[in-house]
Design a protein around this ligand. Structure first.
Ligand code: 3NM
Length: 212
C-alpha cells in the first residue's frame, strides 16, 4: 500500500498484553474500527505478549478485521509476520535492529520509526524508505514499561521543526491533553490506554473523532 499521511490522524495501538484476554482484545479492536480509527498497529510486546503460532493466529484475525473496515494494518517490529499476513506497514523502535536493513526487508510495505530525542532523529535522518516517524513519549505513560523520559509539547514541537517526515505523536495522550497535541500541527495521535482503558470504548472513539 502506498503511504498516505492522513492515516496517522487516529492511530490506535494494541496487543493482547494490554488487555485482560483475547476476547476483550477483539471486542475493543472491533469497536475502535467501527467508530473511526484511521490506522491500527498490532503491537504484541512486553510482559504477557503472545509469541510464535499464537501471535500469528491473532495477527491473521486482526488482518481480516482491519480489511473488513478498510483500515491499514501496521505490525510492530516483526517483518516476517508482516509479510506472512500481508500487512500494510511495519513500525520499528530505535532498538529494533538496523533501520537501513529493516527498510530494505519491508519491500512493498510502508515503514514507521520511533524517535524520542534529537539524537534519535539524526540517527535516522537521510534514511530513504521511512514514511513517517512516531514521536514520544510526549507525556508520562504507564503503558510502556521501558519508555524514555517524556519530551513534552516543547520536545514534540522541536522534532516537528527539524523533520520533513509526517509525524504521529505517542505516549500519555488522553482527553486532558489531546487538543494541545493536535494544535501543534502534527499529522496524528497514537494511543493505547485512552481507548483500551476507557469505560466505554465506543464513546471514547467517537469523542476522539470529534476532537481530531
Ligand atoms: N511507544 P499510552 S509510548 C507503545 O514513546 C508506546 O515510543 C511509546 O501508550 C514511545 O497511549 C507507548 O497508553 C505507550 O500512553 C503508549
Amino acid at each position: 500500500m502506498t503511504f498516505n499521511p492522513i492515516i496517522l490522524r487516529r492511530y490506535f495501538v494494541l496487543g493482547t498484553q494490554n488487555v485482560e484476554n483475547e476476547s476483550q482484545f477483539f471486542d475493543i479492536l472491533t469497536t475502535a474500527l467501527k467508530y473511526g480509527i484511521t490506522a491500527f498497529q498490532y503491537r504484541e510486546k512486553g510482559d504477557g505478549a503472545l509469541k510464535g503460532a499464537e501471535k500469528y493466529r491473532v495477527a491473521e484475525r486482526v488482518r481480516d478485521l482491519t480489511r473488513q473496515y478498510h483500515v491499514p494494518l501496521i505490525i510492530d517490529d516483526d517483518i516476517p509476520l508482516a509479510h506472512q499476513i500481508h500487512a500494510d506497514g511495519v513500525h520499528f523502535g530505535q532498538k529494533d535492529g538496523n533501520i537501513i536493513e529493516n527498510v530494505r526487508a519491508c519491500n512493498g510495505m510502508f515503514v514507521g520509526v520511533s524517535v524520542t530525542t534529537q539524537a534519535d532523529f539524526h540517527r535516522v535522518q537521510g534514511v530513504s524508505g521511512i514514511d513517517y516517524i512516531g514521536v514520544g513519549p510526549i507525556f508520562a505513560t504507564k503503558t510502556k514499561a521501558d519508555a524514555n523520559p517524556p519530551i513534552g509539547l516543547e520536545g514534540l514541537r522541536h522534532i516537528k521543526s527539524i523533520s520533513d517526515w509526517p509525524i504521529v505523536a505517542i505516549g500519555g495522550i488522553s482527553n486532558q491533553n489531546i487538543d494541545d497535541i493536535y494544535a501543534t500541527g502534527i499529522n496524528g495521535v497514537a494511543v493505547i490506554s485512552m481507548i483500551s482503558a476507557a469505560d466505554n470504548v465506543a464513546d471514547a472513539v467517537i469523542n476522539w473523532q470529534q476532537n481530531s
